[in-house]
Write a new protein. Sequence first.
Length: 192
Amino acid sequence: MPRLRAYARLLMDWNRGYSNLISRGDESRFVERHLLESLQPAEWLKSCGAKKWLDFGSGGGLPAIPLAIAGVGNEWTLVESRRNKTLFLRKVVQEIGLGFVHVWLGRLEGLLGPEDGIGLFDGFTSRATLRLSPTLALASRCVGPGGRAFLWKGSSGPQELSAGDWKKDWVQDGAQDIGSGIVVLRFTRGSV
């Protein structure tokens, strides 16, 4: 709890003083709207056995920072393309003492070559980023066979499941409704 409180305090201070990490309207409901939505499926993610996680489009560190604090995985890599947000993430890592969390500045597709990253990670998270199919296409570049991807999706989730060619690399094998119209979808990577 002390680390989660410290993270929330840092996020609010940074959000008000430096850069918009969450909308100003969400500040009063940060715990319900962001923190709990990130933490609610933590045991489910833990139970998949993944140790090395990549969080795509990390922004203010949601869901990765709360999940890392909750003990999901042994190592996290957070990928964010905006410099001001990576500065915040690095500050959190340093101040809270999350030495097993690494921050990459850049776009995922620019950080990994076509063959560089396959199998590098066995867990993948993404919340409030791209549509499902392009997200899983990017995840395919860095998650090996048997690895898992967990995507936080809103009301567009069912339509996104029926679109794109993500099924050639992934099997959707679980879903957890976390309330407020948000569902976390679980996917398992097939063979390369």
